[in-house]
Design a protein around this ligand. Structure first.
Ligand code: FPP
Length: 255
């Protein structure tokens, strides 16, 4: 299958967002199974993460081709700091590598890179690169590619509450004003990004693991046994076809 990289094709590619088929506006993926993929091949875990990164590069193009507008991936959770130091450092180096060498390609696809997560604990040079990547791609509007790094759903909700206290509406007031969902949402990491319509988790685990806790309240879930580095176009299509056949009721009744 050939996938074009050229900017000139952006218009045609968007036509794939055909009106007959229900396509998620926001697709989120929990990238899982890199370690097991590597182990199965007798390789170090970091090789699994490298293979996972290559897969992600391919997936950005495929996702765009399918007409998806927002694509978010869980690349490093607030709990992943508990992994061995060498693995954490290896992942940080992969993030650096990606930003340094791949942002231009992503930009050529018309994709805007954004990050969601806590900024504390991340190395200063990486934070600098992240800011650069966001700035470099800020005018792209075919796809928002969201990397959740040092992200945790509970942390995001807590951060929002703590930041909301400084909002003019609440500052220096006694706390008898009710906080609404809209008040809180303004303080999420990416308040303008719509909630994920579909969350895919690879590798056979059946958990949310602190990903998009608030935003995923009405997301559809799709689980596959495939390890992330093996997740290919057919696997993506299977998930999207499954989603297209679902009826979303948001707590209401069947129409
Ligand atoms: C989970 O697999 C995967 C991760 C914690 C890291 C995901 C990161 C990448 C695919 C690299 C992404 C790079 C960028 C730039 C976003 P696991 O290690 O938990 O696998 P296991 O459950 O089989 O051990």
């Amino acid at each position: 299958m050939s996938v074009s990289n050229s900017n000139a094709d952006n218009k045609d590619l968007n036509l794939n967002n055909n009106i007959d088929k229900k396509v998620p506006r926001h697709l989120a993926i929990i990238l899982d199974g890199n370690g097991r993929w590597a182990k199965k091949r007798g390789l170090p875990r970091l090789m699994g993460h490298r293979a996972g990164l290559r897969k992600l590069e391919e997936m950005v193009r495929l996702v765009k081709r399918e007409g998806i507008r927002y694509f978010s991936v869980y690349a490093f959770s607030t709990e992943n700091w508990n992994r061995p130091w060498t693995e954490v450092q290896g992942l940080m180096s992969l993030f650096r590598f990606y930003i340094k060498h791949k942002v231009k390609e992503v930009k050529a696809e018309g994709a805007r890179i954004r990050f969601a997560g806590r900024k504390d604990k991340l190395p200063e040079d990486l934070l600098e690169m992240m800011r650069w990547a966001e700035d470099e791609t800020k005018d792209e509007n075919i796809l928002d590619f969201i990397l959740c790094i040092n992200y945790g759903g509970r942390a995001e909700i807590l951060d929002a509450i703590n930041n909301l206290r400084h909002d003019d509406k609440f500052l220096n007031k006694d706390l008898n004003i009710d906080i609404t969902e809209e008040d809180l949402r303004k303080y999420f990491y990416l308040p303008d990004v719509p909630d994920p319509d579909l969350i895919i988790r690879t590798s056979g685990e059946l958990r949310i693991s602190n990903f998009w806790l608030w935003e995923g309240a009405y997301s559809e879930f799709y689980f596959t046994d495939t390890y992330w580095p093996d997740f290919d176009y057919d696997a993506l299509k299977a998930a999207l076809d499954d989603y297209a056949g679902r009826e979303r009721r948001y707590g209401g009744l069947k129409k």
